[in-house]
Design a protein around this ligand. Structure first.
Ligand code: NAP
Ligand code: HSE
Length: 431
């Protein structure tokens, strides 16, 4: 059997998953690729770290040149994360005619064009299935299996950490901090978990998915972003009462030539398939004009699920012709020019939770403000005071309205003496 050498940059959660899969599925990988694949070098920061893996010492290096200058290494697998030195390492590997596999959505969403161009110019393959939704084959799904379609819209739960946290808060009443710690221990979270909880990770992933789905360039700044740190158990309780689940959704809708791109906590009807996606699972629900509605579902984070996507990319490269020159363009994201909708132009339904003074006429004053701003209310909840004191919680659910009307309503509400605080505003998606 022919042999091929590959190298890993990184041996953390994902790198470990890749190593384990090569041990577990050696026979399948060899038969499917037609090659005996050898991981011949692994780059790490700390050579002495105990990784609980049976890896020969001579494979581990802290010097990238050991990989770059070894001409027998045909594929470089970047699973270290971050922008630098990952970007420089990938660029030099490409220049040395090595094919690339990466799981690094932050790098792809912010510097992808430079990397794709370099890969095209050097005739190397560049695959990144693991960068969005872990083990779910969504990149290949869009790039290969759905190219007959115009994608109309796409809704994704694309971050495992936040879905894990929201699921734990909802189903087991675990608090935010404890749930985040658990997600970190399980290897779902980014090295800096603010990327997960503040929505940046989903923002990167949506920029990648939208660019592929619409054959256009998408800058991360085109994607509106909010994270989940404002979501309290009280919001989850009210959502349940109204028939919703709260999910961090990444949404893209195509309005003629304008894309609406947003990531924010969203109330999803509990009977919708996305409402039943729990734990570190991810799902992408999309509509193509030929295929209709489609949902991809699976583990969005963790060593083996993510490793599954990385190793499949390695096998795809080896099958394609690891020793030849690639002729297929790496990415086609400049086929169409799209414009982007401002968030104020978006139309949505809203949940608004407010703390107000509990006295006669207050509800009337508030509903008048909504009416004056063309916001129609679908339901109102007031339970009476939970604690002694003058305040009470009010929850409003609106019909479809423009974001700009909601913003002006909130500005006007703050002018009322009876309104102490607008505690939260969560968008509701109806599909
Ligand atoms: P991780 O656990 O933090 O591992 C990072 C690895 O890279 C470590 O082995 C580290 O070495 C090595 N490394 C980092 N900086 C380095 C440097 N400057 N020089 C040499 N080695 C360096 O990260 P991860 O969770 O595996 O994630 C890796 C990438 O995959 C990220 O881009 C992430 O966004 C992406 N991703 C992760 C998941 C997931 O479920 N975790 C899923 C999909 C995609 P030491 O071990 O010596 O510190
Ligand atoms: N931190 C990411 C998540 C890893 O939680 O989804 C997978 O990309």
């Amino acid at each position: 059997m022919k042999k091929v050498k590959i190298a890993l940059l990184g041996l953390g959660n994902v790198g470990t998953g890749v190593w384990k899969i090569f041990q577990m599925n050696k026979d399948e990988i060899e038969k499917r690729s037609g090659y005996e694949v050898k991981i011949s070098k692994i780059l790490v920061r700390d050579k002495k770290k105990n990784r609980g893996l049976d890896i020969p010492e001579e494979l581990i290096t802290t010097n990238f040149k050991d990989i770059l200058e070894d001409d027998e290494i045909k594929v470089v697998v970047e699973v270290m994360g971050g922008i630098e030195p990952a970007k420089s390492y990938i660029l030099s590997a490409i220049k040395n005619k090595k094919h690339i596999v990466t799981a690094n959505k932050m790098l792809l969403a912010t510097r992808g064009d430079e990397l794709f161009k370099e890969a095209d110019e050097n005739g190397v393959m560049f695959r990144y299935e693991a960068s969005v939704a872990g083990g779910i084959p969504i990149i290949n799904g869009i790039n290969e299996s759905l190219t007959a379609n115009k994608i109309e819209n796409l809704y994704g739960i694309v971050n495992g950490t936040t879905n894990y946290i929201l699921s734990k808060m909802d189903l087991e009443k675990v608090n935010f901090k404890t749930a985040l710690k658990e997600a970190q221990v399980k290897g779902y979270a980014e090295a800096d978990p603010t990327s997960d909880v503040d929505g940046y990770d989903s923002q990167y992933k949506l920029a990648i998915l939208a660019a592929l789905s619409f054959g256009t360039q998408v800058d991360v700044s085109n994607v509106y972003r909010e994270g989940i740190t404002n979501i309290s158990s009280l919001d989850i309780e009210y959502a349940r009462e109204l028939g919703y689940k709260i999910k961090l959704l990444a949404i893209v809708k195509n309005h003629d030539n304008k894309l609406e791109l947003r990531v924010h906590p969203t109330m999803v009807p509990e009977e919708h398939p996305l409402g039943a996606v729990y734990d570190s699972f991810n799902a992408i629900f999309l509509k193509g004009n030929a295929v209709g509605e489609l949902m991809f579902y699976g583990r969005g984070a963790g060593d083996l699920p993510t490793g599954s996507a990385v190793v499949s990319d390695i096998i795809a490269i080896i099958k394609e012709d690891v020793e030849g020159e690639n002729k297929i363009p790496v990415v086609k994201n400049n086929l169409w020019k799209k414009e982007f909708k401002e968030m104020s132009e978006v139309t949505c339904r809203y949940y608004i939770r407010a703390t107000v003074i509990d006295e006669p006429g207050v509800l009337g004053e508030i509903t008048k403000v909504f009416g004056e701003n063309k916001v129609s209310l679908r339901s109102v909840i007031q339970r009476g005071r939970r604690h002694s004191g003058q305040y009470v919680t009010l929850v409003f659910e609106t019909y479809l309205t423009k974001e700009t009307n909601i913003i002006s309503s909130i500005d006007s509400l703050y002018e009322l003496k009876s309104v102490n605080k607008i505690d939260n505003l969560i968008r509701i998606e109806e599909f």
